[in-house]
Design a protein around this ligand. Structure first.
Ligand code: NAD
Length: 401
């Protein structure tokens, strides 16, 4: 018998998502007689203890008998159980300093850590994540912010709706003026943004036309790697080469910034990748962007005027174009920035269902019966407390104390 535990989230503020919904747990029990799921009781989860119990799943405080523990966010050191196999988003693969103590504690406690973010298909595409619903919620919030600024329309808050389905119904009758929206990226987040664009009746146009034309109806264009970056000397874009040597590329977004009212940012970014624009660019008279939904959400990152995170309750702030200081949103001399690090928490039940589906489809079988599979091995950062060869580049991070 293999025992899976769904742990209670310990990070503050508590995350309300979960890796498997009650219906998914029930399905696993029905289809795998040698698997037992135990849910650690939690007051904050988007599916209540009662809902799990109604699905026939044991809910209790003690999960120490489980072989594999599923969480979402970082597990507080005080809640780690030595010797266990954990799956969660550890946010350590980029040597994040704020999680180094957790990494060390997991090493000391001989924990096996499999990071969701590192579960990848052969070609490097990530297998599971919450990005789609981050894109959905972020795009909605970006459009909501633009509506607030201009008074053109009113959008509801996503987290006040019970589900994505209910949210879609609120778009009935929505009339968006003839604005231009740039969507960046081509992964999960970008797909979530496109879903909202299409549901809101915003029309897609090609990047070259977007640059040259004005329209009498709202439009969006999707900007992927080849539209955003060019090689410094050859002027070409090659995806594999760009992923390997992004510092050899220069950004090409600025012409779009001069034709865009709302920017929806959904790219992957790191410090060696060019920014979409620089701080000084926003003072250029042609810089048109008024609202930025920075779903990528790296402070001072691809959007240099992302000055840090807001909360779900209060997702938007302004940035003064001259002083570059944070202001209240919707002021005349500022650009509005929507920056929230846990966007999927506004639609936690849908986001959890989507996550669990991918987990069951691509990961669960290997995890339970074939931990030696390539996919699992490549995502195993620590094996019984030891850094695995794939993550050898973290040896300084693992050693420094
Ligand atoms: N604000 C939030 O709540 C929230 C939630 C989820 C994700 N995000 C962020 O949004 C961003 C995009 O997430 P996603 O789920 O769409 O990711 P994804 O992995 O689905 O897609 C990212 C895109 O970037 C490309 N990419 C992957 N590795 C790359 C590399 N090394 N260099 C350059 N490009 C690379 C991929 O080909 C893909 O097109 C990430 O930075 C993620 O952290 C934010």
């Amino acid at each position: 018998m293999i025992r899976i535990g769904l742990i209670r989230e310990g990070k503050t503020p508590a995350d309300n998502r979960v890796a498997l919904t009650p219906a998914q747990c029930k399905w696993i029990h029905k289809n795998s007689t040698d698997v037992q799921i135990i849910v650690q009781s939690s007051p904050n989860r988007c599916f209540s203890d009662k809902e799990y119990r109604q699905a026939g799943i044991a809910v209790q405080d003690d999960v120490s008998a489980c072989d594999v523990l599923f969480g979402i966010k970082e597990v507080p050191v005080s809640q780690l159980i030595p010797g266990k196999t954990y799956l969660f988003f550890s946010h350590t693969r980029k040597k994040q300093p704020y999680n180094q103590a957790l990494f060390h504690a997991m090493m000391e406690q001989q924990i096996t850590l499999i990071d969701y973010e590192c579960l990848e298909h052969e070609d490097g595409q990530r297998i599971i994540g919450f990005g789609f619903f981050a894109g959905v919620v972020g795009a909605h919030n970006g459009m909501m912010a633009w509506g607030h600024r201009t008074g053109a329309y009113d959008l509801v808050r996503v987290h006040k709706q019970k589900s994505f389905h209910e949210l879609i119904h609120t778009y009935f009758g929505l009339r968006i003026p003839a604005i231009k929206i740039a969507v960046t990226g081509s992964g999960r987040v970008a797909h979530g943004i496109l879903e909202i664009m299409n549901l809101m009746g915003v029309h897609e146009v090609e990047p070259d036309e977007y640059l040259q034309r004005q329209y009498t109806y709202p439009v969006y264009t999707q900007l992927k790697g080849a539209d955003l970056y060019r090689h410094r000397s050859s002027g070409a874009y090659n995806r594999t080469h760009f992923h390997e040597q992004p510092e050899e590329y220069i950004g090409h977004f600025l012409p779009y910034a001069h034709q865009t009212d709302v920017l929806m940012n959904g790219i992957y970014w790191d410090t060696n990748i060019p920014r979409l624009f620089e701080e000084k660019d926003i003072l250029h008279p042609a810089f048109r962007i008024q609202t930025i939904a920075d779903i990528t959400d790296d402070a001072h990152g691809s959007v240099p005027i992302n000055l840090g995170d807001q909360t779900i309750d209060n997702p938007v702030y302004g940035v003064d174009k001259v002083t570059l200081q944070k202001t209240a949103p919707y002021l005349p001399g500022s650009i509005d920035v929507m920056a929230v690090g846990n966007l999927p928490n506004e639609l936690p039940r849908d986001a959890s269902r989507y996550f669990g589906e991918q987990l069951i489809k691509y990961i669960l079988e290997d995890l339970l019966r074939n931990q030696g599979s390539q996919v699992i091995q490549r995502a195993t950062m620590l094996d019984k407390g030891k850094l695995t060869t794939h993550f050898d580049y973290l040896h300084d991070y693992a050693k420094e104390r």
